[in-house]
Design a protein around this ligand. Structure first.
Ligand code: NCD
Length: 305
């Protein structure tokens, strides 16, 4: 297959296909296992444009670029930018596009990365746009699921947390629609999935159900995907109570291959005692961010690698 990522911006998971995902995954493993990596980004500059807080996404992108021999410039908040003097997002992106070859953009507004592609002639990567999408986190999550279970088709996956506001959940669900997986949403009583998500699931003929307690499904699960409550996106009173169901007795019913994933940062939904259980897999997931982003940067910039 021809490299489907070459010269393409990464704005939404909707651009991924089963073929492109299957093409991508082996490169992640290759970058993960390679100790000496060719300097595929040698003449390239990556701009980290972070209008919103980040630890893993920004630093793993920067690490991925540096490990491939590229250079990095950018900002991790807007405090030192002319944004403080009222400069617009468009003008900021126009300028960054003169200074770099690839722009990694995180912004609190949905649609910001798409807007950047209309302004910039450079490759854009959406590193999270409001509550909308986080396509590269979905690639990390997919690779981590595949790596931890040896497959994706046939898996039983529970999703719990802030289903309304967590962009990582939106991006993951959209990516999982290309696979034959069974999804269990762990949600409060009377909760209905947002219409855009249920439409996505229906259109893809996905098998899914809503449950109030993880104990109802724990013994069937291969993966539990948790997120924190996205307090910064909740303007009024919390719409969803934080998920707080994990305990020793529930985990004792889990299958031996059962893994817990979380994009991090975590709050009360994922207590530190879980780290010592064989089910904790979120630090491996976070570590996978570097090889997955190396694979992506390499494939976006080289037709053949
Ligand atoms: C997530 C994000 O920023 O959407 N973190 C990440 O990128 N790994 C999750 C979150 O903030 O809850």
């Amino acid at each position: 297959m021809k490299n489907p990522f070459f010269s393409q911006s990464i704005i939404s998971t909707q651009a991924f296909t089963k073929d492109s995902l299957n093409f991508f995954m082996p490169f992640c493993l290759q970058f993960k296992n390679h100790h000496s990596i060719p300097l595929l980004l040698k003449q390239k500059i990556l701009a980290s444009c972070f209008f919103e807080a980040s630890t893993r996404t920004r630093l793993s992108f920067e690490s991925a670029c540096l490990r491939l021999g590229g250079q990095v410039l950018g900002f991790s908040d807007t405090a030192q930018l002319s944004v403080q003097k009222g400069e617009s997002f468009s003008d900021t992106i126009r300028m960054m596009s003169e200074y770099a070859d690839i722009l990694v953009i995180r912004h609190p507004s949905a649609g910001a990365a798409q807007l950047a592609t209309d302004i910039s002639g450079k490759l854009i990567i959406n590193a999270g746009d409001g509550a909308n999408e986080h396509p590269t986190q979905a690639l990390i999550d997919l690779f981590t699921i595949q790596e931890s279970q040896g497959k994706i088709d046939g898996l039983h996956i529970a999703i719990a947390g802030d289903i309304i506001h967590a962009r990582t959940i939106h991006a993951l669900i959209s990516t999982l629609t290309h696979f034959d997986v069974r999804i269990y949403f762990i949600v409060p009583e009377l909760f209905e999935l947002p219409e855009n998500l249920s439409r996505l699931l229906r259109n893809a003929n996905m098998r899914y159900s809503l449950h109030q307690q993880i104990s109802e499904v724990i013994s069937k699960l291969d993966i539990l995907y948790l997120t924190r409550q996205q307090k910064e996106r909740i303007s009024k009173k919390p719409e969803l109570k934080p998920y707080k169901h994990l305990n020793f007795s529930i985990l004792s019913e889990a299958k031996s291959n059962f893994k817990i994933l979380h994009p991090l940062p975590r709050q009360e939904e994922l207590p530190a005692w879980v780290d010592a259980t064989p089910h904790a897999h979120y630090f491996q997931q976070a570590a996978n961010a570097v090889p997955v982003r190396q694979a992506l940067l390499a494939l976006m910039t080289q037709e053949n690698i």
